[in-house]
Ligand binder design. Structure first.
Ligand SMILES: C[S@@+](CC[C@H](N)C(=O)[O-])C[C@H]1O[C@@H](n2cnc3c(N)ncnc32)[C@H](O)[C@@H]1O
Length: 438
């Protein structure tokens, strides 16, 4: 049985738990790189097992019941694959994911997340909420503020003179920092519209300022110093890597980063380039971690799989088959261009009519034909879902490996480096964080 990685601790100092060095985690992955790369490259599009699966693996996966598949899509596959009678290939994959998850213990959860709501979220004069912020985002802001406070409390009092929020978005986190931490806060984002809205929302916070810059591009003019702490909450794609590189190159005092959508690389970057020496010097690890954008997409999973979203995916599968039967073959994903995600809620007949309009083709379907096509698609898509389980586990391993690579780069310069999960997946599946300080 897989143990929960969430612990409860009352002391603020145990908020960030000790973890083994990230480079050790990367060493655990090295012997499995070939197998992980084959899984990541073999995306399952049709109800046919990739040749890397033997018949036992195929049979086991195809026999997973609907509730078990749903559980896997909601909570990950590790528990199911380790707890049951999975073939050795799948058990080995799940053990690797489990062993790596030990590098990401849960940060302390027992404090009032709503303390955020009591303060900066309310306008000081009017006492009303400044804007509507999702409860999941409020939770994240409260946790990241707590983690940042914890890191600062571990350091000499004069080591941090400013906090830089990289990819600040609407600056809700920066504003909370401004109020709670009593330090100058610089909120940076590349998006001028977001910064304009941020200023409207939080211009009354005296120690908060803004700067527009696209971090990591040649024109970026951000000056970072040794007494800065760099923070990124859901710093997506390349920004996470840029934050780490900036931290190392500028010799900052501390870092706190929660990674986000890894596939959002800048268009100029076909690959994500590894950062740490341990990866750069290991041919095997390099194969996995010099990762193509296409493969990074596998980590873009959702943990709120519902009946509705599964039905939407079946409809999409049925649409693709329908288009194929009419001789219209699209690159995967391109078949839905022009349709919103919500369109799929309305069923195959509706989306096929929309696509017919977009491409000026005749795709007329009767209700009956649409129903038959959906029935066939449901059977085929179920097999696709089941056969995709190992690749999803490989995707989770890749995601942890990238965070460990970032953390291992910090290990080269920082005295203390910790990796953790900062909130349960019900708050956000993007919950892997790195803390580093000197
Ligand atoms: C996922 S949002 C997170 C926003 C905010 N930190 C939060 O958690 O609500 C990522 C933000 O990073 C900004 N961003 C992405 N890449 C950037 C870069 N290279 N330089 C500056 N900002 C960037 C985007 O404009 C976006 O506002």
């Amino acid at each position: 049985m897989v143990r929960s990685v969430f612990h409860s601790h009352s002391s603020p100092y145990s908020f960030i738990l000790p973890t083994p060095p990230p480079s050790k985690g990367l060493e655990i992955i090295a012997p499995h790189v070939e197998s992980l790369c084959s899984l990541l490259r073999n995306r399952v599009y049709v109800p046919k097992a990739p040749s890397i699966f033997d018949h036992k693996v195929e049979e086991y996966l195809k026999n997973l019941s609907d509730p078990v598949l749903h559980h896997i899509e909601t909570h990950g596959a590790t528990e199911t694959l380790l707890g049951g009678d999975a073939p050795p290939y799948l058990r080995c994959l799940a053990s690797l994911a489990f062993n790596l998850s030990q590098f990401f213990p849960g940060a302390c959860q027992d404090f009032a997340v709503d303390e955020y709501q009591q303060s900066v979220a309310l306008h000081p004069q009017k006492g009303l909420p400044r804007t509507r912020i999702r409860s999941a985002k409020r939770h994240q802001i409260a946790v990241v503020t707590k983690c940042t406070q914890t890191i600062i409390s571990q350091m000499r009092s004069d080591s941090i003179e400013r906090i830089v929020d990289m990819g600040a978005g609407h600056s809700h986190l920066s504003a909370n920092f401004g109020e709670k931490l009593g330090l100058p806060i610089l909120a940076i984002d590349r998006d001028s519209d977001l910064l304009r809205t941020s200023k409207k929302l939080y211009s009354d916070i005296p120690n908060l300022s803004w700067h527009q810059a696209c971090i990591g591009t040649p024109r970026e003019d951000v000056q970072i110093g040794t007494n800065d702490m760099l923070v990124g909450l859901h710093a997506c794609g390349s920004l996470g890597d840029q934050l780490i590189e900036k931290a190392v190159q500028s010799g900052v005092s501390a870092v706190f980063l929660v990674s986000c959508c890894l596939q959002k690389l800048r268009p100029a970057l076909p690959f994500r380039y590894p950062l740490s020496d341990v990866v750069v010097q290991d041919k095997q690890l390099l194969k996995l971690l010099k990762t193509e954008r296409r493969l990074l997409g596998v980590t873009n999973r959702s943990r709120n799989a519902s009946q509705t979203s599964t039905q939407g995916r079946v409809t999409r599968y049925a649409l693709r088959k329908l288009l194929g039967d009419h001789g219209l073959h699209f690159k995967h994903g391109d078949e839905v261009h022009g349709l919103s995600r919500h369109a799929f809620k309305h069923g195959l007949k509706y989306v096929s009519e929309k696509i017919a309009e977009i491409h000026q083709i005749n795709l007329r379907l009767s209700e009956e034909e649409a129903g038959e096509r959906m029935e066939a698609a449901a059977v085929d898509y179920r097999a696709v879902r089941a056969l995709s389980v190992p690749r999803a586990v490989a995707g989770e391993i890749l995601e942890m490996a990238i965070v460990l690579d970032r953390a291992a780069r910090l290990e080269e310069q920082f005295h203390t480096v910790r990796t953790m999960r900062v909130w349960p997946e019900s708050v956000s599946v993007r919950n892997q964080a790195i803390a580093a300080w000197n």
